[in-house]
Design a protein around this ligand. Structure first.
Ligand SMILES: Cc1ncc(COP(=O)(O)O)c(C=O)c1O
Length: 389
């Protein structure tokens, strides 16, 4: 057998890797599957994106290598959005960088910052790429359990001093996947101050900043004094505009950190398809009104499903942001067991909390990715599984 690298061997299985095959098998068996697993909504992308992509695809110049520069208009549109939406002024060519989806940049930043035995602080439950990026870069993840005790906030003060000394990077993601938690300004201020004191870089993963409900508005980390010194922020078109497959996002930060990320990327990719960047440049000037349209649909879905989950005996909080509902399970019921039974007995695809790391045990995640009546049906089917376990 081929000997694989220790870095690869140390990675846990990717949580969603097997789901498409399982789902296909169930559908072939005639099961009416409701898929609320991946954070990949069924809504169409904005028409302006589709039209800009189609137009750009006809221009042969758009088929050339994008290189790291990419399409200047996309950089400018992303910088204009940062200024308009958050009041954060960035220079589009030195302090902002296009990404092939934010996942790619999140993973690659670790390669720019970590050496062997350097620690990346990883929230758990959390997006698998934080641990994956840390390990593939040769670093060592330190997992911090996000629990209701801290309102799912990663409290750096609680981490042993010896770990903090070795840490170079901390991944923060609010609004949070999978817990749907949001961060207060006070939390962000003390976290930025801690990172300044301990020379830690924050990878601030912000793909859900527009998917917020009621009166909640999510900030950029750069609205916090001092954050510019310590943070790189990641944005994505995937979730806000239902463009997951287009693979487009961007990173923002001070020039030294952005240049370091770009140097890594020079060796592993040659930029997002220019026609996709042209679509991004067409969408971003209308980001806020377009987002409002999608958010209204996510809100309707949330409001349809959460009460039914409660009526079925679950006790989820009502999310103030993201497209997720993080649902606690009764004491002693393993999330993987519940997820498997939900799939096999009820045809409902969910994600077990344990798929987001051991710290996610005791919960499962529902994504608001299908229409309200299907979510209601999913909640009713899940209730039957709960009653039977
Ligand atoms: C917390 C978080 N960050 C980043 C991403 C990556 O999004 P993309 O690579 O599509 O921009 C996701 C996608 O699920 C996510 O949940």
């Amino acid at each position: 057998m081929t000997r694989l690298s220790k870095r690869l061997a140390a990675l846990p299985g990717y949580p969603m890797a097997e789901l498409p095959a399982i789902k296909r098998r169930l559908i072939e068996q005639g099961v009416d599957v409701i898929d609320v697993g991946a954070g990949d909504a069924d809504l169409a992308p904005p028409r302006v994106a589709v039209e800009a992509l189609a137009r750009a695809a006809r221009d042969p110049a758009m088929s050339r290598y994008p290189f790291q520069l990419g399409l200047p208009a996309f950089r400018e549109a992303a910088a204009a959005y940062m200024q308009r939406r958050f009041g954060v002024k960035v220079e589009p060519f030195a302090e902002l960088h296009p990404l092939l989806g934010s996942k790619e940049g999140i993973a690659h930043l670790a390669m720019a910052l970590l050496d062997a035995a350097d620690v990346g602080i990883v929230p758990e439950p959390g997006y698998a790429v934080y641990e994956g990026g840390t390990r593939l870069a040769g670093g060592e993840p330190y997992r911090y359990a996000l629990t209701p005790r801290t309102a799912f906030l990663l409290e750096l003060e609680e981490i042993p001093a010896e770990v903090i000394r070795r840490a170079r990077l901390v991944y923060l993601n609010y609004p949070n996947n999978p817990t749907a938690a949001v961060a207060t300004r006070e939390y962000l201020e003390r976290t930025v101050a801690f990172c300044q004191r301990h020379d830690l870089v924050i990878a601030y993963d912000n793909p859900y900043c527009e998917i917020t409900f009621d009166d909640y508005v999510a900030p950029s980390i750069f609205q916090i004094p001092g954050a510019w010194d310590v943070a790189v922020e990641f944005h994505s078109l995937s979730k806000t505009f239902c463009m997951t497959g287009w693979r487009l996002g961007w990173a923002v930060g001070r020039a030294e950190l952005i240049a370091a990320l770009a140097r890594v990327k020079n060796y592993v990719d040659t930029g997002a398809f220019l026609a996709v960047q042209a679509a991004g440049a067409a969408v971003l000037p209308q980001a806020e009104p377009l987002a409002r349209g999608y958010v209204a649909q996510f809100r309707e879905r949330r409001d349809a499903m959460v009460p039914v989950l409660r009526a079925q005996g679950f006790e989820p909080e009502t999310p103030r942001a993201t497209m997720y509902v993080w649902v606690p399970l009764p004491e002693g019921l393993a999330s993987a067991t519940f997820q498997r039974r939900a799939l096999e007995e009820a045809g409902v695809v969910t994600l077990p909390g344990s798929a987001f790391g051991a710290g996610g045990e005791g919960f499962f995640r529902v994504a608001l990715t299908v229409a309200a009546p299907r979510l209601v049906e999913a909640a009713e089917r899940l209730g039957k599984v709960l009653a039977a376990v």
